[in-house]
Design a binder for this molecule. Structure first.
Ligand code: CP
Length: 315
């Protein structure tokens, strides 16, 4: 496995889920794979879960792990090609990537969108530059349009908690004071479409995601109808894709609360975190026994470890 940037990089998702379950049961049995191997983690944006779970995943496999918060600790990077670099930016991103690739065996990168220009963000230039110039396998730690390690952990969590073969999973937009990327909902939709679930997306009009990710998913603008009979409620805010990067609504009636959870089939509550409590979801829902937020976070180590294991096996 040379890259992990989206669900399509796992040719057989069912096999990958079974492999993840095996990894979770015996996390230290593959330590020989990572002996004398180094995992590099490059962050262009903040992280708690991705950074720590990736470090633990690498360590569980016997790897050494190095982390660079490149925008704070590295030289200021030029990301555009062909420019005359006589301004503030001291290093071109392709040189930085090529150099980091000399020190590591597998490289992870996090690069958020700027939310200014859809075409630029959705071109995934930074991520694709890492794939092109690193010279080693690359794992997305969340890119402009996708967060595949999160979605892999989310699918694993659903598989562990579902009570019927084909559960109803609802992705619901929730309000937020800041404009957030579409990466998590895009990715979640893509992975849900790869599973044999009943998948519904609900959001106010104007928050439609890019059709490449939602494909044939049911869009239900009536939130109560969407929630009815749901086995899993996955809450997330995102900014508008079609009115790119804009906040179109801060409607507090879309906050997930006890009243809306009562429309469901005693659904589990899910969120990738970090979460704005009592904005996205009320305390009584996120702190309830139905909440899976810590299980999701725990499975972040397992999703990364499963991907790293496959990459190490093919070095
Ligand atoms: N869910 C997630 O990716 O969290 P971090 O941004 O803290 O890594």
């Amino acid at each position: 496995m040379k890259q992990f940037t989206q669900v399509a990089d796992l040719p057989n998702l069912e096999v990958a889920i079974q492999e993840a379950i095996t990894v979770k049961k015996a996390p230290f049995i593959h330590q020989h794979l990572g002996k004398n191997k180094t995992l590099g983690l490059v962050f262009m944006n903040p992280s708690l879960r991705t950074r720590l779970s990736s470090q633990v995943a690498g360590q569980n496999l016997g790897m050494s792990v190095i982390v660079l918060n490149i925008t704070k600790e590295g030289w200021q990077l030029e990301t555009q090609d062909g420019v005359v670099m006589n301004g503030d930016k001291a290093e071109h991103v392709k040189d930085a990537i090529g150099v980091i690739g000399q020190y590591v065996d597998i490289l992870g990168v996090r690069s958020f969108p700027k939310l200014e220009n859809a075409q630029e963000d959705y071109s995934e230039k930074i991520l694709l530059d890492f794939v092109k110039y690193a010279g080693v396998p690359v794992v997305s730690l969340e890119s402009a349009t996708r967060h595949p390690l999160q979605s892999f952990a989310d699918v694993l969590t659903i598989e562990e908690h579902k009570k019927i073969a084909k559960p109803k999973v609802v992705l619901t937009w929730s309000p937020h004071p800041r404009a957030l990327p579409q990466a998590v909902p895009n990715s979640f939709a893509e992975w849900m479409n790869a599973m044999d679930y009943e998948f519904v997306i609900t959001h106010p009009k104007g928050y439609e995601l890019h059709e490449a990710f939602t494909q044939n998913a049911k869009i239900e603008y009536d939130r109560q109808k969407a929630f009815e009979g749901a086995d899993f409620i996955y809450a997330k805010n995102w900014s508008s894709f079609h009115d790119y990067g804009k906040i179109l609504s801060q409607d507090a009636t879309w906050t997930v609360d006890q009243k809306s959870m009562q429309w469901t089939n005693q659904a589990h509550f899910m969120h990738c975190l970090p979460v704005r409590r009592n904005v996205i979801v009320t305390d009584d829902v996120i702190d309830s026994p139905q909440s899976l937020i810590l299980e999701q976070a725990k499975n972040r180590t397992i999703s990364m470890q499963t991907i790293l294991k496959r990459m190490l096996e093919n070095l």
